[in-house]
Design a protein around this ligand. Structure first.
Ligand code: NI
Length: 493
């Protein structure tokens, strides 16, 4: 199953994270000191760990994100889970022989499921690739903010009897779902189908038993509850992960009262029009950015600073630096992170930077099917356009990796870079700054606003390159007056 289905499911809840600007003062990151921007700080932000570079010369790659909230107990649990996943990646890469043909790519990303006064919930998607295909796994983490603890699925029910009743309902629904899948298989005749379904029964029973570990991925919606069973849990691996839906009206009274209210099981919430879903709370500021091109790169030497993989916990501090130096940049953002930090995206746009597409969750696009590539690109454009009311003009595929499918599906020019400072490798601001200073006129610098050290390097880079006579521009300015072709690849002016 594709993560984007879930992505669509969760959008409505984002509106819950916008309220109460006073609370934001207790947020520890970013280290923003500019008072007027605090209104524009998202209360949940993205921490990202990256191993392996943006250029696909690195054989093994790891990218995992976890939420930074104002609750230490949550941050600790989320970080620990991410570090455990990192250790798994490191163990796997150590085990792999030097001459192994395929590289190892691991990723872990989250979405906000629930963000209310008493409860926070995250959906994590974990993928692992040892070759050309990705295997996905899902997990939900719920936190009771009043009791300051993580809650397991069984904690939400009135009693163990209620949990059992729920499990029985899920078992029935799972049987029905798998029967549907078996029935739809044209390669089987009627007898095969009966036998096949019979052979699944023990696995369905075991996989749906009322044990918390069987219900590690549960998504609450206003009208239903979705249970996702990872690959192999209730069916053979070739059937993938299985999603089962139970109508809320069938189980509302099984939950503890406080959770019934939180999950809005009793009455559906107000319907929010689709286009309004992930828009940050409107204030009176004009969202329009002046479209005048200030610098003519045909006449003066230009440099385009580009930042990939964000937004993150470090992005607002970077925006403060760029603002104080009056430097405009281009941000190649991940769709899933844009959705978590819409205020940061809006701030980038309002302050004159260009926001562009770096895929939904940093999968290597050249390893995906055409349909998956289209989802990665289009869902990210949609997420940005929901926030900004502006068309996304550029694509930078993760790892700079593309094939003819990617070029075809992109419907945007593909922008790479002329200078890679390897800022993922050396987390030292001075080293990163020195490498960036080698950039040539009309070049594009690759940087990542997910690393603290990269943001630390930027003041020095700006100062030194300004002294050399360079002008910092967005990609719009760098390519002003030139016609870029969709699907064509560019790495400088
Ligand atoms: Ni990237």
């Amino acid at each position: 199953m594709r993560p984007y289905i879930l992505w669509a499911v969760c959008g409505v809840l984002l509106t819950a994270c916008q309220q109460d600007p006073k609370k934001k003062e207790t947020i520890k990151t970013p280290e923003s000191t500019v008072v007027h921007t605090t209104q524009m700080v998202d209360d949940i932000q993205v921490n990202t760990i990256q191993i392996g570079g943006e250029s696909n010369k690195d054989k093994n790659n790891f990218q995992a994100s976890y939420p930074e909230t104002k609750y230490d107990f949550i941050n600790e649990i989320e970080k620990a889970q991410t570090l455990a996943f990192q250790k798994e990646f490191e163990d796997e890469t150590k085990r792999a022989t030097e001459d192994a043909v395929s590289g190892i790519t691991f990723g872990r990303h989250f979405e906000i499921l629930e963000n209310s006064e008493h409860l926070l919930g995250f959906l994590h998607e974990t993928y692992r690739s040892f070759g050309n295909t990705f295997s996905d796994e899902f997990q939900t983490n719920y936190y009771d903010l009043t009791e300051r603890k993580q809650v397991q699925i069984n904690d939400l029910f009135l009693s163990s009897k209620a949990f059992n009743t729920f499990a029985t309902m899920v078992r029935k629904a799972t049987s029905a779902e798998l029967k549907k899948i078996v029935d739809a298989d044209n390669t089987l005749d009627a007898t095969d189908k009966v036998n096949m379904f019979k052979s699944l029964e023990p696995q369905i029973k075991e996989g749906t038993d009322a044990k918390p570990q069987n219900y590690s991925t549960v998504i609450f919606k206003s009208d239903s509850i979705q249970v996702i069973f990872n690959k192999y849990q209730v069916a053979p691996g070739n059937m993938g992960s299985i999603t089962v839906k139970i109508a809320a009206q069938d189980l509302g009274n099984l939950f503890k009262e406080k959770y019934q209210v939180l999950f809005q099981l009793e009455k559906a919430p107000e319907v929010i029009p689709a286009t309004e879903e992930s828009k940050p709370v409107a204030d009176n500021t004009d969202t329009k950015v002046p479209e005048t091109i200030l610098v003519d790169c045909g006449k003066v030497p230009c440099i385009a600073l580009t930042f990939d993989d964000g937004p993150s916990v470090h992005t607002n501090r970077l925006l403060d630096i760029l603002k104080s130096e009056n430097v405009k940049a281009t941000f190649f953002v991940l769709g899933k992170s844009a959705k978590i930090q819409p205020k940061t995206i809006l701030r980038q746009h309002r302050e004159g930077h260009v926001v562009a597409n770096h895929s939904w969750n940093h999968k290597q696009l050249s390893k995906l099917t055409v349909g998956e590539v289209a989802d990665q690109i289009n869902n990210t454009n949609q997420a940005i356009e929901n926030i900004l009311d502006t068309k996304v003009a550029y694509l930078r595929p993760p790892y700079g990796a593309f094939n003819s499918d990617v070029k075809q599906v992109a419907k945007m020019p593909i922008i790479l870079w002329s200078l890679d400072p390897l800022d993922w490798k050396d987390r030292n601001a001075e080293t990163v700054a020195q490498r960036m200073l080698d950039v040539k006129a009309d070049g594009i610098i690759l940087a990542h606003d997910i690393h603290k050290s990269t943001v630390d390097a930027i003041p020095e880079v700006i100062k030194a390159l300004k002294e050399k006579g360079f002008y910092f521009v967005t990609l719009d300015e760098l390519y002003a007056g030139k016609t870029l072709v969709n699907g064509k690849v560019y790495n400088k002016r």
